[in-house]
Each structure stands twice: as C-alpha cells, then as structure tokens.
Design a protein around this ligand. Structure first.
Ligand code: GN1
Ligand code: MG
Length: 359
C-alpha cells in the first residue's frame, strides 16, 4: 500500500523509503500510527503523525514529555518512560509541510491488547497507570502545559453539549431524543463533582488521561505490565481521569462501538483486579476525598464520554471518525448503558473498593 508520507519525514530521522518497511498500526481515533522497520538491524520504531486539529500546540506535548522524562531520570532512573527520539538535527519532532511527526522506540517482546480477556490484565494495566501517578506524586504539575485545554473538564464538556444541542438540525435532535434526555438527566454528576472542587485534599496530579488497555505494553510471554504509551495527553488533572477511564474501558467485555446493548455488562472480577492493581501503587498516596470518589470517577468519565460522543453526533461528526452516520450516537447510547450498569452494580462495586482500602 502506498502511504501518504513525505520522504522528508523519514529523512529527518536518517531513514529513507527504500531502506525501511512501513505499515499502519493502532486503533486510536486521533493520531495516525505506523510501524517503521528499517531493513538493517533489529530495532523497530513507531512513527506517529500528531493530529494538530486536536493538539493545537504540539510543542507543548514535547515540552511536557521532556520535563517529565528529566524528572523521572533524576528521581526514578529505572523507570521505563518511552520518550520520543530526537531528529538528526536534535528536534523533539519532525515539522514537515505543516505536519508534526515523532519517532518512538518500539518496545520489543511486548504486546498491546485491544480488549481484556483476563482480570490479571486489568491488574497489570491499573498498576502501571497507578505507578506513573505515584512516581510523579511530587512533580510540580504547574510546570506542565495542558495539551488540550479543558480536556477532562466535565463543566466544559457539558457546555459544549448544550451548545451542540442548540445548533443541531432538528432531524439530528429527533434521532437523539432519548440520549439528549439521558444527558440532561445525568447533570447531577457534574453538580456533584463541582461541590468537591473546593476541598483542599482534591489535588491536581499528573494524569495520563487515556488509560485504555491498548495504551499499556505487556510482556508478550508473562503478560506483566512493562510500560505505558500514548503520552500526548499527560497533563495536570484530577485522579478521576485515569481511574475513571479504566472503569470505562476495562469492565465490559465489549467496546464503546458495541451496538447490542444487552452485551454491556460489568465484569466484577475485572473491577476487583483493577482496583487491586491501582491501589497496589496508589493506596498510600490517595487523599480521603479521592478515596471517597473512587467509584464516582467511573461515573464522571463515562458520562463525559457519552456527552462527547453525543455532542459530536449533533455537530455532524467533526471530531471522532465514524464508519456510518449514526455511529457517534450509538457510541453515546453504549456509554449511557454502561453508566446505568454502574448504578445497577453500585453496592458490589463500592463494597470491593472499601474492602481493598482496608487491607
Ligand atoms: C480518543 O484516539 P484515542 O482512542 O487514543 C480521545 C479519548 C477518548 C477516546 C474514545 C485526544 O482517544 O479522549 O476517550 O478517543 N482522545 C482525544 O475512544 O480526544
Ligand atoms: Mg490516545
């Protein structure tokens, strides 16, 4: 397949189209990702084009990663942090024809999963994300620039939803009538969150902000967690972001693209493993308020994602790529169903959290 990739991008890193094989990989919705295999040597690389419609200041990503990487190298030198490889000229990214590209080392003997098929994977992944938060507990979050301002700000996402609603054509509003009701009826999640913002033990932390399972590399044989990847959205946030997105993406056997809502069920053993993995790193660090909000973090992130998909449907699918016109509406339905499954299982879920906070 002929790739739409300028030779200058490869040249910036000392490669050419002739001496490499390039294949598109990854399932992310935002950036384009390729596996680059030089014909000489065994080291492979990940080449990624940054979506600048989403990441409006790509240099902020590079600066954040550099600051974190320097901190980790100084304080936790054994930690494997996958940072971009500089271009031949020493730049953090290749800036070619208005495009931004970066090269990362491919971590050999690891796998990235798209779905979890064993609770142990939930434990390992949650431990990896928890570990990153723990190691960066004393890092000054104010030195980081938000790479997407207001990314996980539910207040902003709610505002964007009401804006999309007021501007959407009547036909789209009709199609989404039930989900619009759902969105309005769950606004208490935002109000509840807002009431916690004044608490002084609800700190900003360095958050990964995209903790789905494919963003953790596992050892290909033992399935032990090796490192986290996809670091564009590392920026300050509340602990809710990482734990909540794990709940959103680890608990159900199917993804946000599933349209058979009867398949959206919460797998309690995965929840328990995820909580254990996360707390194995974060129990001593979380504040009383954060511990109180653990289950709520799932509600917050699932509701926010439902709002984001619904808003995008109402806006005419301008953000998330779709393979059919109502896919973002279906994704929103899926997320609202998941949200109601959290409510159905609330007692058990909260019980698991409390039990694991005790020991
Ligand atoms: C986007 O592209 P991907 O899959 O890494 C999105 C996340 C959403 C996710 C939903 C920058 O992530 O916030 O949770 O889609 N990332 C951005 O699948 O918007
Ligand atoms: Mg991502």
């Amino acid at each position: 397949m002929e790739l739409n990739l300028a030779s200058e991008v490869l040249n910036a890193y000392g490669f050419t189209k002739k001496n490499t094989t390039i294949t598109q990989i990854g399932t992310g919705l935002i950036n384009c990702t390729y596996l680059l295999s030089p014909h000489a040597g065994n080291q492979k690389y990940i080449l990624q084009q940054i979506n600048i419609a989403v990441f409006k200041s790509p240099w902020a990503i590079a600066e954040n990663l550099k600051a974190i990487s320097d901190y980790l190298a100084q304080h936790h030198p054994d930690y494997l942090f996958i940072k971009p490889i500089p271009t031949i000229e020493g730049a953090e990214m290749a800036h070619i024809n208005q495009e931004f590209w970066r090269l990362l080392p491919f971590v050999h003997h690891t796998v990235s999963l798209d779905v979890l098929t064993d609770p142990k994977q939930a434990f390992e992944a949650a431990k990896q994300f928890g570990k990153l938060s723990r190691l960066l507990n004393n890092f000054d979050t104010r030195t980081l620039e938000p790479t997407i301002p207001g990314f996980h700000d539910l207040g902003l996402r709610y505002k964007q939803f009401t804006q999309a609603l007021s501007e959407a054509p009547a036909a789209l509003r009709e199609q989404a009538e039930i989900q619009i009701e759902d969105a309005l009826n769950h606004k208490y999640i935002l109000d509840y969150y807002t009431s916690y913002l004044q608490k002084d033990d609800f700190p900003d932390r360095v958050m990964h902000h995209d903790t789905k399972i494919s963003n953790v590399l596992l050892d290909e044989k033992t399935f032990k967690g090796i490192c986290v990847i996809d670091l564009d959205t590392i920026m300050p946030g509340k602990f809710i972001s990482d734990l909540g997105d794990m709940m959103r993406t680890y608990l159900c056997a199917c993804s946000e693209n599933e349209i058979d809502l009867t398949r959206i069920k919460i797998r309690l053993p995965y929840f328990e493993a995820m909580i254990k993995g996360y707390l194995s790193e974060m129990k001593a660090i979380l504040t009383a308020t954060e511990k109180e909000l653990m289950l709520f973090s799932g509600r917050y992130i699932i509701y926010m994602q439902a709002l984001r998909f619904l808003s995008d449907f109402l806006n005419g699918n301008t953000y998330y790529p779709v393979s059919y016109p109502t896919q973002n509406l279906d994704r929103a339905k899926n997320q609202f169903q998941l949200l109601s499954e959290i409510a159905v299982n609330e007692k058990e879920l909260q019980g698991i959290i409390e039990e694991n906070l005790l020991y």
